[in-house]
Write a protein that binds this ligand. Structure first.
Ligand code: ATR
Length: 294
């Protein structure tokens, strides 16, 4: 019988996940299909009951359910409990679900891969990382970097949210974590944008860029990463080249575009669901092809 997987989110339009997973299933000759499940906030309990009845094997979880799903899980990992979010669910049978987090693994793989290409070194110990934003993605990325021994500064427009992440993680790791003021332009080794700034400012022009795109700020970093990959910005037609990525490129700074973390978290998810090698090239090819069609 064909196994069923899917993305649980709201809204789910324009997702790149079906292309990535269906390409992986085809490449590995796995009899499975990946669907989209549009579930509104508040609809989780009903959906999980129905999914269990239909024996759906697993889900990727995205906004707005990553945190809300935790009370419905029967087993989780220590990472899920620390981060407070799950993005990968496996159905265990008997109406029971297991939740994992592959976002943080994907973030770490992505950054290490970039450093390996840059200088052959993958260790991130004692790197100083500035993360913009304090939502779920920021939390998973901060956790990943602290685990790798980097020191993290979180800057968020609403500072209390950055403070909350710093307080939650401070006791767990030897590495430092701090909340910083949004307007303070301290420097570091790695700058990561996790805010939804582009999504909320689609019509922005070159002259209206936020202060974190200023050349004098951006040029101080070794690597600049933006987790956004498709914001439909009117004046910046390449979905991967956000104004921050363009600013870093203009200064000759190494960049990491948003599709890389998407790919690596999905690859890790595949690894969790199937006891098979991950066909990452098939997934990458499908992702790139579909990015061009967005
Ligand atoms: P995710 O789960 O992907 O991290 P999220 O939880 O919606 O997404 O978080 C969005 C982040 O983008 C928040 O840190 C938000 O800042 P606030 O906490 O102050 O709301 C940030 N953000 C959104 N629009 C922004 C803007 N125009 N300027 C600065 N930060 C912004």
């Amino acid at each position: 019988m064909t196994k069923r997987y899917g993305l649980l989110a709201h809204p789910v339009k324009h997702s790149l996940s079906p292309a990535m997973y269906n390409a992986a299933f085809k490449d590995m000759c796995i009899d499975a299909k990946y669907e989209l499940f549009d579930v509104e906030p508040g609809g989780l309990a009903e959906f999980l009951k129905k999914a269990a009845a239909e024996e759906i094997s697993g889900f990727s979880v995205s906004l707005p359910h990553k945190e809300a799903i935790i009370p419905y899980l029967h087993m989780t990992t220590a990472d899920v409990r620390a981060i407070g979010a799950a993005n990968t669910i496996a159905y265990m049978g008997n109406g029971q679900y297991f939740g994992l987090n592959t976002d943080y693994v994907g973030a770490l793989k992505t950054i290490k891969e970039r450093y390996k290409k840059l200088c052959g070194r993958v260790g991130l110990k004692d790197k100083i990382v500035i993360i913009l934003g304090a939502g779920g993605s920021s939390r998973a990325i901060a956790y990943a970097l602290l685990k790798a021994g980097a020191h993290v500064w979180i800057k968020n427009r609403t500072k209390e949210k950055a403070v909350k992440i710093a307080v939650d993680f401070a006791e767990r790791f030897v590495s430092e974590i701090h909340a910083d003021d949004w307007e303070t332009m301290n420097t570091g080794d790695i700058l990561i944008n996790t805010t939804s700034f582009w999504l909320n400012n689609k019509g922005i022009t070159e002259n209206e860029l936020p202060s974190f795109c200023a050349p004098e700020f951006v040029r101080e970093f070794e690597v600049v990463m933006d987790i956004s990959y498709n914001n439909g910005m009117e004046n910046f037609p390449d979905p991967l080249k956000t104004p921050l990525i363009l600013a870093a490129e203009a200064e000759g700074v190494a960049t990491i575009t948003g599709e890389k973390m998407l790919l690596h978290q999905a690859a890790e998810q595949f690894r969790m669901w199937f006891d098979e090698p991950v066909p990452i090239w098939a997934m990458k090819e499908a992702l790139e092809k579909n990015l061009n069609q967005l």
